[in-house]
Design a protein around this ligand. Structure first.
Ligand code: ZN
Length: 324
């Protein structure tokens, strides 16, 4: 019996010793351990710079160069909001700030868009020559021009049945646009019994030069610029634009036609957009032209139509690499 008690006592002491050792280690670790901050170094630094918690949450998914830029300075609401715009670039930041000053009523989205497409510069200033004139999404406007000698190498004549000219002149356009135009007319004819014709599509530099000179002489430069492109800056030189009319009417009356009612809802299904619209004048720099179609292909035309945006904005978004 005495032995059994001895063994029990020893076991008890050994157990007690274990408990004390383990407990001591835990207690020691507890005392020496610093409390861990669940926030990352970036979050802590931003917080120190005065960025509110809810703003920090929106900053963290940004690219590292944007985060580093913000880390380098104290919180500034306006600058931070601009950088948070998905299409904003650090390179344009000063221009966004200047544009905001000049247009305090504009939203951040608008400011970023306008600067990204150069609209903070007056038309025909800061112009450059496009490097990919054959691209179906090429932007030719009052900032981007085509080489004087550019002429697409896949121009085709529009069939007589769809040539709306009364002077017997040919109308030429790029093959893809011509095919889309015929397909659109087939559908239009099937659904309404009517067709549209084209009076002008591809125009070379020399033609545009004469046209612009004529407009300037007749109306003065300011009005001429609203209605006609300067040579080299006309979308017609891409071979992807077509002016269309109904029943041989003049193009200005196209908007009153039944064909227009159909075309405005269906042109995108064939790859065309109505390029110049009233709501887009600030961006495009042109008055509305219901008759001026631009071929971009079905996929892009449909996306542009669904979003009700300009070609400029669409391409800007596409080039930004931000998924839409
Ligand atoms: Zn036109």
């Amino acid at each position: 019996m005495a032995n059994k008690r001895k063994i029990r006592n020893r076991l008890f002491l050994a157990g007690l010793a274990c408990v004390l050792v383990v407990g001591g280690v835990f207690a020691f670790r507890k005392l020496t351990q610093k409390p861990t901050d669940p926030r990352s170094q970036v979050e802590i630094k931003l917080s120190e710079q005065g960025y509110p918690e809810e703003v920090i949450r929106t900053i963290l998914p940004l690219s590292s160069d944007k985060i580093n830029y913000l880390l380098a300075q104290d919180y500034d609401v306006q600058r931070t909001n601009l950088i948070l715009d998905p299409y904003a670039t650090l390179a344009n930041l000063d221009r966004y700030m200047a544009y905001t000053q000049a247009h305090p009523e504009d939203s951040v989205d608008t400011v970023v868009l306008m600067v990204n497409i150069n609209r903070d510069y007056p038309f025909y200033t800061h112009t450059s020559e496009v490097s990919d004139p054959d691209n179906l999404l090429v932007i030719v406007n009052k900032y981007y021009g085509l080489p004087k000698t550019y002429e697409p190498d896949d121009l085709v004549d529009i069939e007589a049945a769809y040539n709306g000219r009364t002077d017997g002149m040919k109308v030429t356009v790029r093959k893809a646009a011509a095919d889309a135009f015929y397909a659109m007319n087939d559908a239009l004819k099937q659904q309404t019994g009517m067709v549209v014709k084209t009076t002008t599509a591809f125009r070379d530099y020399a033609f545009q030069n004469n046209l612009y000179t004529f407009y300037t002489a007749a109306y003065g430069q300011e009005k001429a610029d609203l209605e006609s492109a300067r040579p080299g800056f006309s979308e017609h030189q891409t071979g992807l634009a077509m002016d269309i009319n109904a029943n041989g009417d003049i193009i200005d009356d196209f908007m009153y036609s039944q064909q227009y009612q159909w075309v405005k809802d269906h042109a995108h299904e064939f790859g065309f957009i109505i390029r110049y619209q009233e709501s887009l004048t600030e961006i495009t720099g042109y008055k509305k032209e219901e008759w001026h179609l631009r071929y971009v292909g079905i996929e892009h035309a449909t996306a542009i139509f669904n979003q009700s945006i300009s070609l400029e904005e669409y391409v800007m978004r596409l080039n930004s690499g931000v998924s839409q």
